[in-house]
Design a protein around this ligand. Structure first.
Ligand SMILES: [Zn+2]
Length: 246
């Protein structure tokens, strides 16, 4: 069977902002790519829309929030990311809409990234398993908020104290999308990606998946994607160009 080839992602950029719904969303595949980029001297910032406080069955949200934020900060540190923001929106019940776009547009205006990374926000992961509602709400709000950020008449109340519109985002990249057409070689940074997922210890333990091995899990996807890029390991992204005329 012919395998569908993936295009390499461009790497001629300096700043990326990652906006995802939950702590751990980036660690299920994208973190090894982040490690590669920070290793190239690029600046990558994380923004978590929620703190994943509804993610552990045996742990009440107030306690869970603290645990998961700490795990995310450590997970980020492992792949060379020193700045992690939490928007403290409600985990599990995020709604796509203007309020969420407003929150994210503000983050984009403050960080002025070239690339914005989010998670897969298609309806499924490629099979029959449905994607989670927060992921879909977040990804849709991210692509819209990137446009909002560049328009001085949208969320104009944010433009005080020197904050300017930012229309410099070249593209939004959605990690792990089932219709991804691009990928990045993560062979050299694969281990950092594994360590970054293992940093979510309380979350992984809370899932209660018996004998689940983060390395084995990540390797399966990375090898399949790598094959399509012509390398050992890779991470896949769907590219949404944000300029006009592309
Ligand atoms: Zn998630």
């Amino acid at each position: 069977m012919e395998i569908e080839k993936l295009e390499p992602l461009p790497e001629d950029w300096d700043r990326a902002l990652c906006v995802v719904a939950h702590p751990d969303d980036l660690e299920f595949g994208a973190a090894a790519a982040i490690a590669r980029w920070t290793g190239q001297g690029k600046t990558v910032t994380y923004c978590m829309v929620t703190s994943g406080e509804a993610g552990i069955d045996g742990l009440a949200p107030d306690e869970c929030r603290t645990v998961r934020e700490a795990e995310q900060v450590e997970s980020a540190r492992i792949v060379g990311v020193s700045e992690v923001e939490f928007l403290h929106q409600p985990d599990g019940i995020l709604e796509y809409g203007v309020p969420l776009r407003r929150e994210i547009a503000h983050v984009v205006r403050r960080h002025r990234p070239d690339i914005v990374i989010t998670g897969n926000f298609r309806d499924t992961w490629g099979g029959v398993n449905l994607n989670q509602a927060d992921h879909i709400a977040t990804g849709r709000a991210v692509v819209d908020a990137v446009r909002d950020a560049g328009n001085r008449w949208v969320f104009a109340e944010q433009l005080t104290d020197g904050l300017e519109p930012w229309g410099g985002v070249r593209a939004v990249w959605a990690a792990g999308s089932p219709v991804a057409g691009h990928a990045v070689d993560t062979t050299d940074t694969f281990d950092a990606g594994v360590a970054s997922l293992e940093a979510h210890r309380a979350y992984i333990d809370g899932l209660g998946w018996e004998n689940w091995d983060p390395r084995e899990f990540l390797e399966g996807f990375a090898r399949q994607t790598g094959q399509r890029l012509g390398v050992a390991f890779a991470a896949a992204f769907e590219v949404f160009p944000m300029g006009w005329g592309e």
